[in-house]
Design a protein around this ligand. Structure first.
Ligand code: PGA
Length: 249
């Protein structure tokens, strides 16, 4: 059985007051439920780790630098993230690929750095609307996966999140058939590259407008092992029912 994971990406939202949501969410989680990780903005990481103490919530960062240290003003290293007590880091979110021009090779280097610091990388891949419309989704996904994922991936150090860019923050969600097709394809690629055991065990998340009212349908796809949730992860009242739907799936 693959582990299930619900990951929340707060993006550039939240202040210290928002951390109260972690206690509210944590109190609603069953011991047996899916793994849960929340990725707040970097200035909140240390406090978030403490706010989540005594709950089953792990904390993650939203990005790390590809170098271990040095003259990179404003950047944050994987070691610094691990030092806060966080255990995950998102790598290659489409908003960073776009606004920060991150290439697959950059993301691959970031993931290696995350692994060196014992962080689990949540590697994001996903196509733009034009690629979707031109039926190029699988080609784009294959290229991003091949380019962003280093060879030493395991089920412990890697999570893959499929996030169609046109579904992020838009309220638009692919059909269950489309999600199934892409996730099955990613699974096949992982098995071909990493072998049956590792390829089969790496959790695959769907991301893009996951909400309490569509989560149950999305989790029906066999190779959807969880979700990467943006807007609906900010409030425990929205995130908790998504986690509950994953637990039932
Ligand atoms: P959304 O964001 O759930 O707000 O669409 C998802 C993401 O960008 O990870």
């Amino acid at each position: 059985m693959r582990r299930k994971l619900a990951a929340g990406n707060w993006k550039m939202n939240g202040t210290a007051a928002s951390l109260a949501e972690l206690a509210v969410l944590g109190a609603q989680l069953d011991d047996e439920g899916p793994d849960v990780v929340v990725c707040p903005p970097a200035p909140l990481l240390y406090r978030a780790v403490h706010a989540a103490e005594g709950t089953r919530i792990d904390i993650g960062a939203q990005d790390c630098h590809m170098q271990s240290k040095g003259a990179f003003t404003g950047d944050i290293s994987a070691e610094m993230i691990a030092d806060t007590g966080a255990r995950y880091v998102i790598a290659g979110h489409s908003e960073r690929r776009d606004a920060h021009e991150e290439r697959n090779s950059d993301i691959r280097a970031k993931v290696s750095m995350a692994w060196a610091c014992d962080l689990t990388a949540i590697i994001c891949i996903g196509e733009e609307l034009s690629d979707h419309q031109q039926n190029n989704t699988l080609d784009i996904i294959a290229g991003q996966l091949a380019g962003s994922l280093p060879d030493a991936a395991t089920a412990h150090n890697t999570v893959i999140a499929y996030e169609p860019i046109w579904a992020i923050g838009t309220g638009k969600v692919p059909t269950l058939e489309q999600i199934t097709q892409v996730h099955d394809f990613i699974r096949e690629k992982l098995i071909n590259r990493l072998g049956q055991d590792v390829g089969d065990a790496i959790p695959l998340l769907y991301g893009g407008s996951v909400k309490p009212d569509n989560a149950e349908t999305i989790f029906r796809a066999e190779n959807v092992d969880g979700a990467l949730v943006g807007g609906a992860s900010l409030k425990a009242a929205d995130f908790a029912p998504i986690i509950a739907a994953l637990a039932r799936s």
